[in-house]
Design a protein around this ligand. Structure first.
Ligand SMILES: [Zn+2]
Ligand SMILES: [Zn+2]
Ligand SMILES: [Zn+2]
Ligand SMILES: [Zn+2]
Length: 277
């Protein structure tokens, strides 16, 4: 997932958008496999107490998976389980073996295409880049808007919690992986799930449906993560020993920007979602 394919690639999206060639070379960026944390957070991201499983982690018995319900928590460095055998608890920590490549679409610029069928529920990859605070994200967003009103490499996740709104912003302009090229669609085939190994969520993409080969991968930039529909219990915070608390994630109101959407879906809203700060 971390190799930038350069040169000509041909394909056709399932919405019929022709993929033309040759492909312009994207602006250079540095490939990174993980989100880059600011210095003050480095080494401090594993704040949840892990499970004490002695065998393979199972959803019925593993506290990471039990609490996650829909896999929003994964085993981390604090878990007693064996990294080599814990597959159920570390979905987004396994390497993916998908045939995903960069393509050029006539309507939406660079995009990602899968060369083979991806079954529903498959983990596809996670968004990497620089973790930035809200003020920095806002500043970079408006600076990017001034240069190119369509393309942004900022991914902003807002989760509504009992402690207030939790914003996670990742900028993939200078550092990132192939997922930075995933285009928006109003009828997406991927969903974004915030998966927690530590308190900074991993912004992971999962197949929302069975995705046929030679289909462009898309997600809804304004879509609420599926965790919006459930209330989950967070494992205790090992830093503070604080009691477990409920975290409820809800969808922000979907507002639309003035930027036209070219996803081509029959249910297209006409405009790209607006980033809400
Ligand atoms: Zn476990
Ligand atoms: Zn665990
Ligand atoms: Zn485990
Ligand atoms: Zn659309």
């Amino acid at each position: 997932m971390d190799q930038v394919v350069r040169g000509s690639e041909a394909g056709k999206g399932d919405d019929g958008n022709a993929v033309t060639q040759p492909m312009p070379t994207p602006a250079p960026y540095t490939s990174v496999d993980e989100v880059m944390l600011p210095a003050r957070l480095q080494g401090r991201n594993n704040v949840y107490s892990g499970c004490s499983c002695t065998g393979p982690c199972a959803p019925e018995t593993c506290s990471c998976l039990c609490n996650g319900r829909a896999r929003y928590y994964e085993c981390n460095d604090n878990c007693a389980c064996d990294v080599a055998t814990c597959r159920a608890g570390r979905t987004t920590q396994q390497p993916t073996a998908l045939d995903i490549r960069l393509v050029w679409t006539s309507e939406r610029g660079h995009g990602l295409l899968t060369g083979t069928r991806i079954p529903v529920g498959t983990y596809v990859g996670h968004y990497t880049g620089q973790l930035v605070n809200v003020a920095t994200a806002r500043a970079r967003d408006s600076a990017a808007d001034a240069v190119s009103p369509v393309h942004t490499y900022l991914l902003v996740l807002r989760e509504h919690t009992q402690r207030g709104v939790l914003t996670t912003a990742v900028d993939a302009k200078e550092y990132g992986n192939l997922t930075r090229f995933i285009n928006h669609s109003c009828a997406p085939n991927l969903e974004l799930r915030p998966v927690r190994l530590g308190f900074v969520p991993r912004l992971a993409f999962f197949a929302l449906t069975d995705i046929p080969a030679e289909t462009e991968l898309t997600f809804d930039y304004g879509g609420a993560p599926p965790s919006a529909k459930i209330a989950t219990t967070l494992p205790a915070d090992t830093d503070t020993g604080a009691p477990r608390h409920k975290r409820h994630v809800t969808a922000p109101e979907l507002a639309l920007s003035a930027k036209p959407c070219r996803c081509g879906a029959p249910t297209c809203r006409g405009f790209l979602p607006l980033t809400i700060w």
